[in-house]
Design a binder for this molecule. Structure first.
Ligand code: MIC
Ligand code: SF4
Length: 639
């Protein structure tokens, strides 16, 4: 039987397990990346594992999420990451160098290699044929130490592209089209492979826009073949030697095949508050808007920025609209400057922001009250923009600019002549903002700098066989990690300070949760389906751990979050009968009995005064040992 692209890479990197969907497999990891919001914790964990130098082929620490450095907290964390990187053999991408995924694609991604990153959009590198996955910081720390990365062998989905995109329709619309078809749950447990004749018409940055938003489908990752388009891109980045061709076998078997004719894709928008709430631009045209933000790891490539500049050239942004443009990397920004496109953007009245995540993670540019904001980003969860009552729509750069010019949601197809954007034969290469680590000899003298914002890892507890606790919170379906542990300018500087962060846990749903959970001592949380979707932030598990949460019972879980809960020593449990969700009442006391035996059998009974309900779990032997030890850190240290 032939193999898919992902199966080929998995086969080459398989450390243990069988390549059968649903079975646990362990993979050798070639490259890792971290960003600053998850990085501090990941490096604290790496340090506590106690290894002298990273054992990967390449590890990069990016600073891109919180570059405001308001107050000493962030600057301290950045210094800490810089010194750790220097000491342990990690490259350090300075603030301003760009968004981790954009820079990694340009400068470091290699087809056929494995990459894990402490950021859920790590699959962006699938655009260049890497098997790239988002993971919790602790998993990344273990991989940096040479340990394997454990996942459930995914199912294989294929999206077959035919035809060619029409003018004014772009890769973002393809991302939204697949979200319309599959929903935010539709990719769970699967790798999405893109193929068919149509892919030849898509450049690497366009492919990366598509693999980037595979995260919003809940997919383990997304991947494109490595072909002549990939070779051209690598060559233009001065890295042709990194090229290897990669394609699926003609008789590869897929669990599901979806056909998309590119010529039929229309300009689309994802309406508030979910990336799969997709509508066509024709349905929404005429809606008044207040703000437009262009950038993020989804749409900040040179291709996107040149499109933005060509649409803005000689025009002025509508008086009622505030427009921000953040190029994805220093390379993109300096090339825009060199070719004059930057002046076209500035002349239109746009605000050019730093090459960083910026508004995407709520670092400034929050919309006005009840504001309507169009963003070329990948997430429009409630409150993520920093304004709770704002309406955020996810759009392509084409819709973004057309609308910024008129002040209303506008179909870009009404914009007249369409200028063809050609990518350069050579990108401008200057890696001065990537600092190299010290040599192994010099590394001994490098002192790791720790500021007062860096607080210790929360206390963990070996698992008990009987757990009695209060159900301190019951929430609904599709709870995101932005609900569990919000980000934004006020909170992000404290990602290495779990006690402080705990005050904001679940604040979007219930401001009293943090205090109540602390008072209860031990607690349980009940959730609906797809609990923990979105970001890879392990803080969404570490903060509940700090607050005493011992188990989360849900209808289903998102992959990275379930792994983070286990890594933190919290039990993720699923209702055997989803209707039992209705029986649970916030505030009641619950007991889990014979937990050890239940974990082995895959079934644990939850008891209260009024009812008994069966819960299921599918832990591997290794996960059971991790949970018993009180989390992955305790387990790794005890090994
Ligand atoms: C996000 O887009 O939500 C983030 C911020 O990039 C996160 C990581 C984080 O919470 O630090 C992600 O997607 O993993
Ligand atoms: Fe940064 Fe936004 Fe991308 Fe997350 S989704 S990595 S915050 S640009």
């Amino acid at each position: 039987m032939g193999l898919t692209i992902a199966q080929k890479i998995i086969k080459e990197h398989l450390v243990s397990g069988k390549m059968v969907a649903g079975e646990e497999i362990a993979l050798r990891i070639d490259q890792t990346l971290t960003q600053d919001a998850t990085g501090t914790m990941a490096y604290l964990e790496f340090e506590s594992i106690g290894i002298e130098r990273v054992r990967t082929k390449l590890s990069v620490a990016y600073i891109d999420h919180n570059t405001l450095q308001s107050g000493f907290e962030n600057a301290d964390d950045h210094r800490y990451i810089q010194s750790v990187a220097k000491k342990y053999g990690i490259r350090f991408s300075r603030p301003g160098n760009g968004i981790c995924h954009q820079v990694h694609l340009e400068r470091f991604g290699v087809p056929g290699m494995t990459l894990i990153g402490s950021d859920s959009h790590t699959p962006t590198a699938g655009g260049i044929g890497m098997l790239a996955m988002g993971a919790g910081g602790l998993d990344v720390a273990v991989a940096m130490g040479g340990g394997a990365y454990y996942i459930t062998m995914p199912k294989m989905y294929k999206v077959n592209l035919t035809g060619k995109l029409n003018d004014w329709v772009s890769a973002k619309d393809v991302s939204l089209e697949i979200l319309r078809i599959l929903s935010v749950k539709g990719g769970v447990g699967a790798i999405i492979e893109w193929g068919g004749e149509g892919i030849k018409t898509l450049s690497v940055p366009e492919r990366a826009t598509i693999t980037n938003m595979g995260t919003e489908l809940g997919a383990t990752t997304s991947i494109f073949p490595s072909d002549e388009v990939t070779r051209e891109f690598l060559k233009a980045q001065g890295r042709e030697k990194d090229f290897v061709p990669l394609s699926s076998d003609p008789d590869a078997v897929y669990d599901r095949v979806i056909d998309i004719d590119l010529s039929k894709v229309e300009p689309l928008l994802a309406c508030p508050h979910s990336p799969d709430n997709v509508k066509s631009v024709t349905e929404l045209a005429g809606t008044k808007i207040d703000q437009v933000c262009i950038g993020s790891c989804t749409n900040s490539s040179l291709r996107d920025m040149l499109r933005v500049a060509s649409m803005l050239k000689g025009k002025t942004v509508a008086d009622s609209v505030s427009l921000s443009v953040s190029p994805g990397s220093k390379q993109v920004l300096s090339m825009l400057a060199d070719c004059g496109a930057l002046s076209d953007i500035l002349a239109s009245g746009a605000r050019v922001l730093e090459c960083a995540c910026g508004p995407c993670i709520g670092m400034g540019f929050s919309p006005n009250s009840k504001g309507v904001s169009l963003r070329t980003f990948n997430r429009n969860f409630e409150g993520r923009s920093g304004t709770k009552d704002a309406s955020v729509y996810l759009v392509s750069p084409e819709i973004a600019v057309a609308s910024a010019l008129t002040g209303y949601i506008t179909d870009p197809r009404t914009m007249g002549a369409y200028e063809k954007i050609e990518l350069p034969e050579k990108f401008k290469i200057n890696d001065s903002a990537v600092l190299m680590p010290a040599s192994p000899e010099e590394a001994k003298d490098v002192v790791v700098v720790r500021g007062p914002n860096i607080k210790p890892f929360p206390e963990t507890h070996p698992l008990e066989d009987k757990i009695s606790a209060e159900l301190t919170l019951k929430v609904g379906d599709n709870i995101t990690t932005d609900h569990i542990m919000p980000a934004g300018a006020k909170i992000l500087p404290y990602r290495s300070n779990i006690p402080y962060l705990s005050k904001f846990c679940f604040a979007v749903c219930d401001e009293t949760f943090s205090e109540r959970a602390k008072a209860a001592g031990k607690s349980f949380i009940v959730g609906g389906s797809n609990y923990g979707q979105g970001s890879s932030r392990e803080h969404a598990a570490l903060v509940p751990l700090y607050l005493g949460v011992r188990a989360v019972v849900a209808k289903s879980f998102a992959r990275i979050h379930a792994a983070n809960l286990i890594n933190a020593g919290i039990l993720p449990l699923t209702f055997e009968n989803p209707d039992d969700y209705d029986k649970c009442v916030q505030g009641e006391n619950m007991t889990l009995e014979n937990v050890f035996d239940g974990m082995e059998k895959g079934r644990i009974i939850l008891k209260t005064d009024k009812y008994e309900i069966p819960l299921t779990c599918h832990y591997t032997k290794r996960q059971i040992d991790i949970l018993k030890a009180g989390g992955l850190l305790a387990y790794t240290k005890g090994e």
